[in-house]
Write a protein that binds this ligand. Structure first.
Ligand SMILES: NC(=O)C1=CN([C@@H]2O[C@H](COP(=O)(O)OP(=O)(O)OC[C@H]3O[C@@H](n4cnc5c(N)ncnc54)[C@H](O)[C@@H]3O)[C@@H](O)[C@H]2O)C=CC1
Ligand SMILES: O=C(O)C(=O)Cc1ccc(O)cc1
Length: 363
């Protein structure tokens, strides 16, 4: 029996638990110091067992996953150093930054125990065990940052375990990880939050701002609804990288200021062309990391019953929708529906059905 302890069974910890629980040969135990959380893990049946005692959770565990906010990782490692752990046990984390936790683990160096940093690059703006799903990591990248002295067979063991999530496991140096993820995930979260707050200030003066905000605004600001504590920790932890990225961002904004001041329409269209070229070359429908899961956009006429019609046609074909959202909701124009599916197969079948029904679909 492989015993897996999960400390912090939220969106990520809960999704990992769901990937492992119910597999023959695996036993998943959840931990939180908070009795109400432990109760919730059990009620929701995401773990086989749950306890408020860290010692009980990690005793005899083969793998210990730390799935708490990045700012709590060091104190968890310190606590683990004081407890009795199974010889050869592997501790890993799921934090969105990797350099600081690698440094903490190296400084603490627990005897006969290995630490390998981890970051599943999938998630969402939602949080808590309520949002957990065993499908969350499918086809996403899962970064591992072993240290120079991690034995190859220990790395291989963790990789094999994580393959049960159906993620693509890749090994990346922790500093490079923080540079890249800073640019493609942390900076976009800052931009989304700053943009929402800029508009929120205008809205305080005139609520037409919020009422008209739709389509593009909602699309690029989805991630501004992410959990404040999780993101406080991520940003403060990747401070140096982000300060550098924000300087570059300021330079990008300044270039736009100049182009507008100079009325340089050609330069502006060149910016859009360059962005379009790069974005079109990105892998499609990659999970998490800003792009959505398995989504399709459908242009719909503005008449009652159209949403019900689409949902029932898909239902007839046994295609399950995981989410449906009206993106453009003005009363006088056709709208756009965003339909989300749990997997690529459902998405592709839905697209066929929608096309047969003469709906215009786009990604
Ligand atoms: N949200 C996302 O999309 C992604 C998050 N991550 C990383 O995963 C980790 C967990 O994030 P989520 O699952 O999104 O958050 P979450 O809020 O859904 O879950 C966090 C869990 O940690 C527990 N927790 C919070 N403070 C604690 C404390 N002081 N002591 C013990 N337990 C505590 C909470 O009760 C909860 O079970 C973070 O380090 C985050 O950077 C990684 C990939 C994606
Ligand atoms: O929702 C999205 O698009 C995300 O970007 C989710 C996300 C959040 C934090 C991570 O460390 C990885 C992925």
């Amino acid at each position: 029996m492989i015993k897996v302890a999960i400390c912090g069974v939220g969106l990520i910890g809960g999704s990992l638990a769901l990937c492992l629980k119910d597999r023959p040969g695996y036993h998943v135990i959840g931990h939180s110091p908070n009795p109400a959380s432990v109760q919730k893990y059990l009620e929701r049946e995401v773990v086989d067992e749950a306890t408020t005692s860290l010692q009980e959770a990690v005793q005899d565990a083969d793998y210990i996953f730390l799935c708490v906010p990045v700012g709590k990782l060091e104190s968890y490692l310190q606590q683990l150093k004081e407890l009795s752990l199974k010889k050869g046990c592997v501790i890993t984390d799921v934090g969105s930054t990797k350099q600081s936790v690698m440094q903490s683990a190296e400084a603490l160096a627990i005897e006969d125990v290995y630490f390998i940093g981890g970051h599943p690059m999938a998630g969402s703006e939602r949080s808590g065990v309520e949002a957990a799903s065993s499908h969350l990591f499918e086809n996403a990248f899962y970064v591992l940052t072993p240290s120079a002295n991690t034995p190859e067979e220990v790395f291989a063991g963790l990789k094999q375990l994580l393959e049960l999530t159906r993620a693509k496991i890749i090994r990346v140096d922790s500093a490079l990880h923080d540079d890249i993820v800073g640019a493609i995930s942390h900076l976009p979260h800052i931009i989304a939050v700053a943009l929402v707050n800029q508009v929120a200030s205008y809205h305080e003066q005139n609520d037409l701002y919020g009422r008209l905000a739709a389509g593009g605004f909602r699309d690029i600001t989805r991630i501004a609804s992410s959990d404040p504590v999780i993101w406080r920790d991520i940003l403060t932890n990747n401070k140096e990288v982000l300060l550098h990225l924000l300087k570059d961002w300021q330079a990008e904004i300044d270039r736009f200021v100049k182009m507008l001041e100079n009325g340089d329409g050609e330069a502006i269209s060149a910016e859009f062309e360059r962005a379009n070229r790069f974005r079109s070359g990105l892998p499609e429908r990659r999970k998490g990391m800003i792009t959505s899961l398995f989504d399709v956009y459908v242009d719909v006429p503005d008449h009652p019953g159209v949403i019900g019609h689409i949902a029932s046609e898909l239902g007839t074909q046994q295609i399950s929708l995981s989410n449906i959202q009206v993106i453009e909701s003005r009363e006088d124009v056709p709208g756009v529906l965003r339909l989300s599916f749990r997997n690529e197969n459902d998405l592709e079948r839905a697209v066929q059905v929608l096309k047969q029904l003469s709906y215009r679909v786009h990604f």
